[in-house]
Design a protein around this ligand. Structure first.
Ligand code: PMV
Length: 350
């Protein structure tokens, strides 16, 4: 193969994403039990720098990891699993004799924002760029999305900006292997914003992987698959038609469904905190009084995401967020917005 003995450095930056319809439960190797839909964020992102050297013979390098400049072994098992799984997509992996990965997050460490989506999207894009360059191919964002999925499911929705759909809807539409970018989105959603209220930055009592596993024998698993499919279809129509209120209703019911599934798992668990409920009530009250389309959602954690439009920014930020701040840990709210997707910042080979 012509690319052997090359070395290089690729730097990428990829955003996180917030699910509007939630992926909850897996099948096979990192395939989703149900379809999901997300908005790519603009400010919460991970920068990755991947330095590599290839040998002529098959070999396997122990990756060296650095997080914000410091050696970090915590992520090693997840990175090793990712590397093993992406072999069929990126054959150069079998010839790596050196691999150094440096990552940095734009959002504060322990902010309660999961970094696995942005981190694996940044890493998958770097691997895709290496593969593209070694083989003289075009950058294939679907392949990169597929690779990101093998690191962390939701990461596959961070390879493109705007809104992304992951999972099969029917024989003809959607894909379990990778996310697809939505083309027909009404301009009203162009400047959508997301303020993340940090209620707690503590590590969660039950992580996402354990939560996904508990869906396997969940009494509501079949109903959940049907609900998610119906919600994705309805949300797609709202995004196309510019129905902000319709989308908001689905988004809030999805957040409640996700947490209801946790509370009815065996064993059951609860990730919301008293301040989470307080904030959800405040969002509803503000919406009723102001008649403005402001909605909440939740990831698998206690920190509400508050979604609103650019045109309502002033009143949401000056009134609602000012009162919410009092219920946040150290008054922390992360201001984010609909983003444009990841970028390759540097690509150097010899
Ligand atoms: O990608 P994972 O395995 O961290 O799972 C993410 C699950 C949720 O954030 C709760 C929902 C989603 O679709 O992102």
């Amino acid at each position: 193969m012509n690319w052997k003995r090359s070395r290089g450095l690729v730097e990428t930056e990829a955003p996180s994403n917030i699910a509007l319809v939630k992926y909850w439960g897996k099948k096979g190797e990192q395939l989703p039990a149900n379809p999901s839909l997300s908005m790519t964020l603009g400010s919460c992102s991970t920068k990755a720098a991947v330095r590599f050297a290839l040998s002529e013979r098959e070999t396997s390098a122990e990756p060296r990891l650095f997080f914000h400049g410091e050696p970090n072994a915590d992520f090693l098992p997840k990175i090793e699993t990712f590397i093993k799984r992406v072999r069929p997509l990126y054959p150069f992996v079998d010839y790596l004799q050196e691999l150094e990965i440096r990552t940095e997050n734009s959002f504060p460490h322990s902010s309660g924002i999961a970094s696995s989506a942005s981190a694996f999207a940044a890493l998958a894009l770097a691997f895709e760029e290496i593969h593209r360059s070694l083989n003289g191919e075009e950058l294939d964002l679907r392949r990169a999305s597929n690779a990101a999925r093998l690191g962390s499911g939701s990461a596959c929705r961070s390879l493109q900006g705007g809104f992304n759909l992951w999972g099969r809807l029917s024989e003809e539409s959607g894909d379990d292997q990778c996310a697809v970018n939505l083309e027909n989105v009404h301009p009203v959603f162009q400047g959508m914003r997301d303020a993340v209220a940090i209620v707690s930055s503590q590590e969660k009592s039950v992580g996402s992987s354990a939560g996904h596993s508990l869906m396997r024998d969940h009494p509501y698993s079949q109903a959940r698959r049907e609900q998610a499919l119906a919600n994705v279809r309805a949300a797609l129509a709202c995004l196309e038609e510019g129905d902000v209120w319709g989308l908001g209703e689905i988004v809030e019911s999805e957040a409640m469904a996700l947490h209801a599934l946790m509370m009815t798992s065996n064993p059951s668990y609860m990730l919301m905190k008293p301040a989470t409920l307080k904030i959800l009530e405040m969002v509803k009250q503000f919406r009723d009084i102001q008649k403005a389309p402001v909605f909440f959602t939740l990831d698998a954690g206690p920190n509400p995401h508050i979604l609103y439009l650019e045109k309502d920014r002033e009143k949401v930020e000056n009134i609602l967020l000012q009162t919410i701040i009092g219920h946040c840990e150290k008054g922390r709210v992360i201001m984010d917005y609909r983003g444009e997707g990841p970028v390759v910042r540097e690509s150097w080979f010899e």
